[in-house]
Write a new protein. Structure first.
Length: 737
């Protein structure tokens, strides 16, 4: 019993670690400096390690059992994901995402074994709800800090990289909090659950996620329907249900503003819907083109661009399509069978236990503990109380917990139609842990409840061996990734301190630990350039391209060649990047400028025109963040205008200037929007060209006698020049925050 308590404690710690530091898509943790970033480097690997250790500890005391279809499919999903790495072009991202899948499988396996014991079951449920409350409280604190500055429409992130992913997590949390609130008979647990529910609902509303709200409505609707079917909402529970209504009303008052703001913006929501639909279409094409193994687990961001019909996105906005695209349709079948098996088992259990105040397994467990405590009364030394039934955990109705778990899984499955929540570590392991609760609660050992032990088809040693193998993988991969990230973080600190020699050493250590990660090679190359070692830098750029032949290493290599005065070599690299990501306007602009630097005017103009052609297509019009203005379109129009001025083609120059100024005006209008911030060199380039274009069009208009219109542009330029110093100051303050 002690070993299972240790395993349960490890799982609870893993749940908190994932909740606090695992909210990045694909676990792409920041290696840049920041007060919260150090733990993000190791948060999800730590959670995986803890689940990995807890799984064999739990499995060691478990008897061999007949393998279920859902368990076999869960294992097959992990194995198939691993096999898909054989076709990936980004091995580092693949290993990182495979670690997330492994962590989820370990979480489901460990919790499904531990949840056969009432105390472990309720302890894990309370850990899940408490972790959600902490994350929600952090989100509310974030909102309050922004509201104090007047930004009451702020969408909260809390510990996640995106508000929508936070909403997906809270859809998994709120129904569990309702279950504890209604089912607990311990006052402390009821208060905890009530507070957690209030925080979860308020925070979910503050994410501004419409589809998160839909998922929550589905979850609560199913909870209500199952509760009526089970006869739960009767007696004292009815009073608590009325209290739930009050808590819900309070949560709406606290957090409704961002959702209402988004619902009022019908044009923006139509934009969002079109973006998703076209992204789904591209993701399906990607899956259909690679039906067996996909493009490799974790590869969506780098493999999707050739299939894209809209602007760049890192995920498919649909977990099921993304899973099929990355690992093939077999993985989608494995996931579907696993989840259906969990649901079917849960519904069958509920059907068998309708109208019972306590399930047979909990009743037998508590009766057994009571008998044990009575027998041990005489053997206990004076002054020490024997264990009682209440010491087995909070006096809770397991039926309510099962209804809550099934409901939150249903809400999450609906949420995953609209976003790739399962590709976020926190959401994946939380979803898996809830599945484990359902499986564990519905599969009490035959020897404990229904009589003698049945025939063992799967020997215990096989279960233990598989658990140890998975734990070993999670330990090795987690430690390797954490160590490499730690070196990269230390390198960033050395760069900030101006110590380039230490930065070079740390990046070399990161490369030695995780040589498949192109970012470490690219960062080391930048340090070598600053140290004057161009030969070493070129070697690192070559290694980056070899480790991941995707657009980013090719693009960075091309920029290195541009700085080295080798535009022809740069153009070759940009062309390779173009094949990987044909609609990347940053790369296309760099390609055009490389041709221009190589005096290949014809190729440069063709590249500029290819970018301009994208401007009014879905690629240019529908973007993941419409507030992030693609300044590259303006740069292309201005370059074409400059070439026209050289040819004295004033009509073409004026037309191109007008088109470019439309984008520049929009960029300047949103210059203080946090979603439209750019690097210092890009800011200087954009503002300098904006000033140049305003001066040029004013001169052209005066030359052809359009003096009144020229005066409008002259006034706009004067206003721009007057506002620039203040804009630069505010931008600097935003960057520091």
């Amino acid at each position: 019993m002690t070993s299972t308590r240790v395993a349960a404690g490890l799982c609870a710690a893993a749940i908190f670690s994932a909740a606090l530091w695992g909210g990045m898509l694909g676990d792409r943790a920041f290696t840049t400096l920041g007060p919260d970033n150090p733990m993000q480097l190791v948060g999800l690997p730590l959670a995986g390690l803890l689940f990995g250790i807890g799984l064999p500890i739990a499995a060691w005391r478990a008897e061999g059992r007949s393998p279920t279809v859902r368990a076999v499919c869960a294992a097959a999903l992990l194995i198939w994901s691993a096999v898909s790495l054989t076709v990936t072009h980004d091995l580092s991202a693949g290993w990182s995402m495979l670690q997330t899948v492994g962590s989820a499988v370990a979480a489901a396996g460990a919790v499904s074994i531990l949840a056969r014991d009432p105390l472990n079951r309720w302890g894990i449920a309370i850990a899940l709800v408490t972790a959600g409350a902490v994350v929600s409280a952090m989100g509310l604190s974030e909102y309050i800090s922004h509201a104090k500055t007047g930004d009451t429409s702020w969408r909260v992130f809390s510990t996640f990289s995106m508000p929508n992913f936070l909403a997906g997590y809270l859809v998994l949390q709120a129904p569990m909090a309702v279950a504890l609130f209604l089912g607990a008979r311990d006052r402390a647990v009821v208060l905890l659950a009530g507070m957690a529910l209030l925080l979860d609902c308020a925070c979910l509303l503050l994410t501004g996620s419409r589809f998160g709200l839909i998922g929550l409505v589905v979850a609560f609707g199913l909870f209500f329907a199952l509760s009526l079917w089970m006869g739960i909402l009767a007696g004292p529970v009815r009073k608590r249900a009325l209290a739930l209504v009050a808590l819900g009303a309070l949560a709406i008052l606290v957090g409704a503003r961002p959702v209402i703001s988004r619902l009022r913006g019908t044009a923006g929501e139509s934009y969002s819907g079109k973006f998703r639909v076209l992204t789904w279409s591209g993701a399906f094409k990607m899956a259909a083109r690679n039906p067996l193994l996909g493009t490799g687990i974790g590869s969506f961001a780098t493999a999707y661009p050739p299939y894209a019909a809209v602007g760049f996105t890192e995920h498919a906005h649909n977990s099921y399509l993304q899973l099929a695209a990355e690992t093939g349709f077999p993985s989608l079948v494995f996931l579907g069978v696993t989840v259906i098996g969990v649901f079917a088992g849960g519904i069958r259990w509920l059907s068998r236990n309708r109208h019972q105040a306590m399930s047979p397994d909990d009743a037998v467990a508590i009766e057994t503990l009571t008998r044990t405590s009575n027998k041990s009364k005489r053997s206990k030394p004076p002054g020490k109380s024997p264990p009682t039934a209440q010491s087995a955990g909070p006096n809770l109705d397991l039926r309510v917990l099962m209804v809550g778990a099934i409901s939150c899984l249903a809400g999450a499955l609906v949420r995953n139609v609209f976003d790739s929540d399962l590709f976020v570590g926190t959401n994946a392991v939380t979803f898996a842990a809830v599945c484990g609760l359902v499986v564990g609660a519905t599969s009490i050992h035959q020897s404990e409840v229904r009589g003698p032990k049945t025939r063992q088809i799967q020997p215990a040693w096989l279960t233990r061996s598989l658990a140890v193998a998975l734990a070993a993988f999670l330990a090795v991969q987690g430690l390797r990734e954490s160590l490499a990230r730690t070196h990269a973080y230390a390198a960033q600190a050395a760069v900030q301190a101006g110590n380039l020699s230490d930065a070079e050493r740390e990046y070399r250590d990161a490369v030695a630990v995780d040589g498949a990660n192109p970012d470490y090679h690219l960062s080391l190359a930048q340090i070598l350039v600053r140290n004057g070692d161009l030969t070493g830098a070129e070697r690192e750029y070559s290694l980056a391209v070899a480790s991941a032949p995707i657009w980013k290493p090719f693009n960075r290599f091309g920029r290195f060649y541009i700085a080295a005065g080798r535009p022809n070599d740069a153009a070759k690299m940009f062309e390779k990047a173009r094949r990987s990501d044909p609609n990347n306007v940053q790369n296309l602009l760099a390609l055009a400028e490389a041709y221009r630097a190589a005096h290949d005017v014809k190729s440069a103009l063709a590249a500029y025109r290819s970018i301009v052609a994208l401007e009014n297509s879905p690629i240019g019009k529908l973007r993941a963040l419409p507030e992030r203005i693609p300044w590259e379109f303006a740069a292309c129009h201005f370059a074409l205008a400059e070439e026209a001025l050289i040819r004295s083609d004033t009509a073409t120059a004026e037309r191109e200037l007008r088109e470019g100024l439309k984008t520049s005006d929009e960029f300047w209008r949103l210059r203080f929007d946090a979603r439209n911030q750019v690097s210092d060199d890009v800011w200087k380039r954009v503002t300098d060209k904006y000033d140049w274009a305003l001066a040029q069009i004013g001169a052209l208009l005066r030359k052809r006698g359009a003096l009144s219109e020229a005066a409008v542009y002259d006034s706009k330029r004067a206003s721009f020049m007057a506002d620039s110093p203040e804009a630069e100051k505010k931008r600097s303050e935003m960057t520091q925050r």
